[in-house]
Write a protein that binds this ligand. Structure first.
Ligand SMILES: NC(=O)c1ccc[n+]([C@@H]2O[C@H](COP(=O)([O-])OP(=O)(O)OC[C@H]3O[C@@H](n4cnc5c(N)ncnc54)[C@H](OP(=O)(O)O)[C@@H]3O)[C@@H](O)[C@H]2O)c1
Length: 335
């Protein structure tokens, strides 16, 4: 049976099927890691969720520890839903995760069954949701047997607390075990979430291919390398930017001269293509149709609007791809 790889509803961003499942996700999803905590502007957070949804971004990506403080992104998202989205739950895909440090003691961190089962109940309480659409194991923790973590995901789905299971940041060999365990229980892995951008391409070494071979979707996080792959740092580190904020995960020292030089050259190519660098960086990932979606972050509606236009970008010519590759190789060599 022929299934189109992309479906577009009028005036909105396109949707792609997530692996072999029947679930379509918007090719651009919105992540709530930064900018949705209690330390952030609630009005802006609300504006971004509304703008995203109005433009077809039906998928919102959370985790138990997003904030700061940890948990506050889920609480704030729940409040935004309650105040603005009553009656729209069936039009939304809401994801959360567990596996990073969340509460004190031996059960508030890592990927044990104890952690996942307690976490999903906490996340449901914070958001006020009856269920998540996707619940992830946030990471392979290096100790917990993958089978134990997967059994927790299987039970979470069977209990109706999530509709689908996903994994995030699993080394290839551990992902293989996870796919097999989930499939044999009749709860196939819907999606694999990992870091992927022009500057971080490790998933090209096996993760992407294995997900595809297992009928699993793939979703890229930090597709703009936390803002590096935009015009944000072309003229230094601006006040209020992620690299300037003490709570930001991008450190000042990661904004190196070499990176900025590569960004400047990529920015020139984007300009020639009639788009912003952010748009080109997202389109570059989405040219591979085994990628279901990219999860962008944003600190303003304006940035989000810029990013959503990535879905209207022209195809890349072979020359453009070669030129981009040359810049990326050089920047990798200088790491
Ligand atoms: N599974 C995991 O372990 C994991 C890990 C990390 C992230 N994630 C998910 O992935 C999501 C996205 O990650 P991310 O926030 O690192 O993504 P990103 O899209 O790479 O970076 C987002 C940041 O880039 C800047 N930016 C975005 N659009 C811009 C534009 N058009 N022009 C200029 N600057 C722009 C903003 O920084 P400023 O604040 O400087 O404006 C924004 O906060 C997270 O929210 C989370 O849901 C998952």
């Amino acid at each position: 049976m022929y299934t189109p790889s992309e479906t577009r509803y009028s005036g909105q961003i396109p949707y792609r099927y997530c692996g072999n499942s029947g679930l379509m996700l918007p090719c651009i999803s919105l992540g709530l890691w930064h900018n949705f905590g209690d330390a952030d502007d609630f009005g802006m957070a609300t504006g971004m969720i509304k703008y995203a949804f109005d433009n077809g971004v039906t998928h919102f990506d959370l985790a138990n520890n997003y904030g700061p403080p940890p948990g506050s992104a889920e609480t704030n998202f729940g409040r935004i839903l309650k105040e603005n989205f009553r009656g729209y739950r069936d039009e939304m895909i809401i994801s959360s995760k567990a596996g990073h440090e969340m509460w004190p003691g031996p059960y508030g961190d890592r990927s044990s069954r104890k952690n996942l089962m307690a976490s999903i109940d906490q996340s449901l309480r914070r958001t006020g949701l009856e269920y998540f659409d996707i619940f992830y194991s946030h990471r392979y923790d290096g100790v917990t047997p993958v089978e134990e973590t997967m059994q927790a995901l299987i039970d979470i789905v069977r209990q109706g607390k999530a509709l689908y299971a996903g994994i995030s940041k699993y080394p290839v060999e551990k992902a293989r075990i996870a796919y097999d365990a989930l499939r044999s229980a009749g709860v196939p892995c819907l999606i694999n979430q990992d870091r992927y951008s022009m500057f971080t391409r490790e998933v090209e070494e096996g993760t992407l291919r294995l997900a595809h071979e297992n009928g699993c979707g793939f979703i890229a996080f930090s597709p703009l390398a936390q803002g590096l792959l935009t015009d944000r740092y072309l003229n230094g580190i601006p006040e209020g930017s992620r690299a300037a904020r003490s709570t930001g995960a991008l450190k000042r020292e990661q904004v190196t001269g070499e990176k900025v030089e590569a960004v400047r050259r990529l920015n020139d190519i984007a300009g020639r293509r009639g788009q912003t660098l952010a748009q080109m960086a997202l389109a570059w990932i989405l040219k591979d149709h085994s990628v279901t979606s990219v999860i962008v972050g944003a600190s303003s509606v304006c940035q989000l609007g810029d990013n959503l236009k990535a879905s209207d970008c022209p195809e890349f010519s072979a020359e453009e791809l070669q030129e981009i590759e040359k810049i990326l190789r050089k920047s990798l060599a200088g790491k």
